[in-house]
Write a protein that binds this ligand. Structure first.
Ligand SMILES: Nc1nc2c(ncn2[C@@H]2O[C@H](COP(=O)(O)OP(=O)(O)OP(=O)(O)O)[C@@H](O)[C@H]2O)c(=O)[nH]1
Length: 406
């Protein structure tokens, strides 16, 4: 479980940071006013990240950053002033980045940086460069940004690593490498990993301007010219990863049902078939709440929403190993992949009984709900046809008096 510690002595700034944290950080965040309070928190909890003000009444010279870093907590620093001496001092200390507090946007930047760093934690990155020194420098810098980093000494090795690790999310590649250069590597990788799925940053030596543009044309998301400053490297990587995260968020929300958090109809029709084809025996089920209209009519639409959410939660927890989706107003679909229809039917019958006995709490009062289920075999057929069969079975279940599996 990720947890963040913010240390800031200004009441106004802390208030702004609290507000932004609630908006952008989906993790526990503790707020301390001073170094001594920060020390107490660190004794009690493990932190993924700290955001600390460099000047505090009981720690006027950055002692708080020294303290968090000495406790192996990756640290981002907030400072009101920066000069070259202070900058060098902070980089030597090993802080991830510093944010200058000179306008309201600085706090926004700081919290979004924390959010992105939390997303980076455990995320896989690959560095491809034939220079050992350059590789180890970039590895170190990426590790500071919480990536889990692997390296490759030429393009061919990098390509193999990416083929075998679909969870690599960032590739930093040099241009000049033996066996396969950076351009060839980017072109080959883009054949199977898209720009919004794997971020690529190309690196080229100074004075070779044409190279950077070609990197982008071949499919890199961004480029860096060597030698680069620490901050430049940091900003380019963070910005590229933020774009990737934004696209992932947009895709996720396009495929999710807002009310229940389940996958929606669009996702289901796009991916269900691909999921099913991988297995030999599959079962498709359509579940429909019985007399749902009467819940809306007697208790109101808001109460209907509460019922829908609770039914969805029950489906999600019971069928957590399978793909479930809300495919209509009060209709859900489940793909029981690698389960034949006889076993699938047993599971669903068990679930129907469990749901019928379950005490739903709507407007703080207990209620009973039942569902009807239509089951279809999913072998040697396509999704449209299987849905048609499941739908006909569901219709029959309703005609039979509801609260049953057909
Ligand atoms: N509260 C709420 N109601 C919804 C939502 N989506 C669809 N509905 C309602 O779901 C009800 C579905 O009614 P019907 O199709 O007549 O089905 P039913 O009352 O469940 O009857 P049977 O399926 O025949 O048992 C309608 O009243 C819709 O307005 C939603 O997101 N929230």
């Amino acid at each position: 479980m990720q947890r963040v510690l913010v240390v800031e002595d200004s009441k106004v700034v802390q208030q702004v940071l609290r507000h932004l944290s609630a908006q952008y950080l989906d993790v526990e965040v503790d707020f301390a006013w001073s170094l001594s309070e920060c020390q107490q928190y660190v004794e009690k909890h493990n932190y993924s990240l700290a955001l600390v003000d460099l000047t505090l009444p009981d720690a006027p010279n950055g002692e708080v950053a020294k303290f968090t870093l000495s406790n192996a907590i990756p640290t981002v620093v907030l400072t009101s002033k920066i000069d070259e001496y202070k900058r060098q001092q902070m980089l030597e200390l090993g802080v991830i980045d510093y944010v200058i507090k000179d306008n309201r946007d600085s706090y926004h930047y700081a919290i979004k940086l924390v959010a992105q760093l939390l997303r980076n934690e455990g995320c896989k990155a690959l560095v491809a460069d034939d220079s050992k020194l350059s590789r180890s420098l970039m590895k170190q810098m990426l590790e500071k940004q919480l990536f889990d980093v692997t390296d490759a000494q030429d393009g061919q090795q990098a390509l193999e690593i990416i083929k075998n690790n679909p969870n690599i999310k960032l590739l930093m590649t040099d241009y000049a490498m033996p066996l396969m250069d950076g351009f060839e590597l980017v072109k080959a990788v883009r054949n199977f990993r898209g720009r919004d799925d794997l971020a690529i940053i190309g690196l080229s030596g100074a004075g070779k301007h044409g190279l950077s543009a070609r990197f982008i044309k071949y499919g890199a998301n961004d480029f860096l010219t060597k030698p680069f400053m620490n901050e430049e490297f940091h900003c380019r990587v963070m910005q590229t990863m933020e774009q990737l995260s934004l696209i992932a968020d947009i895709k996720e929300s396009a495929y999710r049902d807002y009310l229940t958090g389940m996958y929606n109809r669009r996702y289901f029709y796009q991916y269900a078939e691909q999921l099913l084809k991988k297995q030999q025996h599959n079962t498709l089920a359509l579940l429909d709440i019985d007399f749902f209209k009467s819940i809306n009519d007697t208790l109101g639409h808001e109460a209907g929403d509460q019922a829908l959410k609770q039914v969805a939660t029950l489906i999600k927890t019971t069928f957590s190993k399978f793909t479930v989706a809300r495919v209509g107003g009060e209709e859900f679909a489940i793909i029981l992949d690698d389960i034949d229809t006889a076993r699938g039917r047993e599971y669903l019958e068990g679930f129907r009984k469990k749901l019928a006995k379950y005490e739903f709490i709507i407007d703080e009062k207990p209620h009973s709900i039942t569902i009807s289920i239509g089951v279809a075999d999913f072998q040697n057929t396509d999704l449209t046809q299987a849905m048609r069969v499941a739908d006909a079975a569901l219709y029959e279940a309703k005609n039979k008096g509801r609260n049953c599996v057909v």
